[in-house]
Design a protein around this ligand. Structure first.
Ligand code: FAD
Length: 317
């Protein structure tokens, strides 16, 4: 079933989890170990992130450097199939522009369609570590809205090759990303929202937000979306802080702010166990307030770690 159908049919807020593929070589059990305990909460769908290849420089025996391609977490499509098979839960693969041409995108969507996956979260992707800014693949998409346009065309049976007539239409429900604190590359919130609306106008069916730690950012974001005519469901994304180091690494990696109270409370913790407790309580309080606000679903970024989410979901769902 499609994400939007779950949202429409439910009379109470839903829970969804986002997971990452295991590190290459770990095996599928590593994924099941993360997901098994979460099934208690009957998530209607589970998101699976996409991780493209990157380049690193490896030192050779003669002290020169060799550029090698590394892909640490392959397997998004296979994992989606495994989730649907083992748990009977819909999977939402993330599909990105980076590293894909329009042709390889089409092939990836055909694979998903054959597997019975009819949900996708469409994203641009970030720049590679080896790049200063995002560069589309030659023949690929520069922005997520162009990827959305391609999927919308396939949903109408319009594939890339002109000579393909009467091609089988796909039927993908399309999620897109939104940024309550604005995407870090956008010059200001207004411009970022204009481009978010472009994604919805292009055919996005719902928005999942980047993580945030101050609900007021989300409330303001929803108000601003509604003011410019974005009427689709907006699903907040939450992640509890679980280590002391994350006070620095989360803002650096995800380009989001931590409220002073939270940052000070984590700083004052004597170890990671204490930090995890503070992060969990903060996330529970955020979740409760968001449900009171009337969100249709809460999306938790598990990043492959699970016990904290079990505690949080037991409090909320
Ligand atoms: P876009 O919507 O294309 O926007 C990118 C930037 O360009 C923004 O600053 C926007 O304001 C600007 N922009 C958009 N359209 C235009 C235009 N027409 N003209 C000029 N500027 C424009 N990354 C992964 O690699 N794999 C994942 O699985 C993944 N999952 C994610 C899940 C969620 C819920 C979120 C919030 C992010 C995820 N990301 C993932 C990260 C995401 O790929 C990055 O944040 C990326 O930098 C932006 O992606 P986007 O789809 O929001 O891009």
């Amino acid at each position: 079933m499609k994400v939007t159908e779950y949202l429409e049919k439910s009379d109470k807020p839903l829970v969804s989890f986002e997971t990452i593929p295991p590190l290459k070589g770990k095996g599928i059990q590593a994924l099941f170990d993360v997901l098994d305990p979460l099934m208690e909460f009957k998530p209607p769908f589970i998101n699976v992130t996409y991780h493209r290849s990157d380049y690193i420089y490896k030192k050779t025996e003669i002290d020169t450097f060799r550029k090698v391609v590394v892909r640490k977490r392959p397997g998004t499509v296979g994992i989606c199939a495994a989730i649907m098979n083992k748990y009977g839960v819909d999977a939402v693969p993330h599909l990105i522009c980076g590293g894909f041409t329009r042709d390889t995108t089409e092939d990836a969507l055909i694979d998903l369609n054959y597997l019975g996956v009819n949900n996708v979260l469409l994203l641009r992707g970030d720049s590679l570590h080896s790049e200063s800014h995002f560069r589309a693949e030659s023949g690929g998409h520069d922005y997520a809205y162009q990827l959305i346009e391609q999927v919308v065309k396939m949903n109408k049976g319009i594939y890339l090759a002109d000579e393909l007539r009467g091609a089988a239409p796909t039927d993908f429900c399309i999620g897109v990303a939104g940024y309550p604190e604005k995407h870090f590359e956008a010059p200001n919130r207004k411009t970022d929202l204009k481009y978010l609306k472009q994604k919805i106008d292009a055919g996005g069916h719902y928005i999942v937000t980047q993580m945030f730690f101050d609900n007021n950012q989300f409330f303001e974001f929803v108000k601003n979306c509604r003011a410019i005519g974005i009427t689709c469901p907006i699903i907040p994304g939450l992640k509890p802080i679980s280590t002391k180091k994350q006070v620095v690494s989360i803002p650096r990696t995800f380009k989001v702010d931590l409220p002073e109270d939270l940052a000070e409370a984590i700083d004052a913790c004597k170890d990671n166990a204490a930090a995890r407790q503070v992060g969990k309580e903060w996330c529970i309080a955020q979740s409760k307030e968001l449900i009171d606000f009337g969100v249709p679903c809460i999306h938790y970024y598990t990043m492959g770690r699970v016990s904290t989410f079990v505690d949080i979901a037991r409090e909320i769902f």
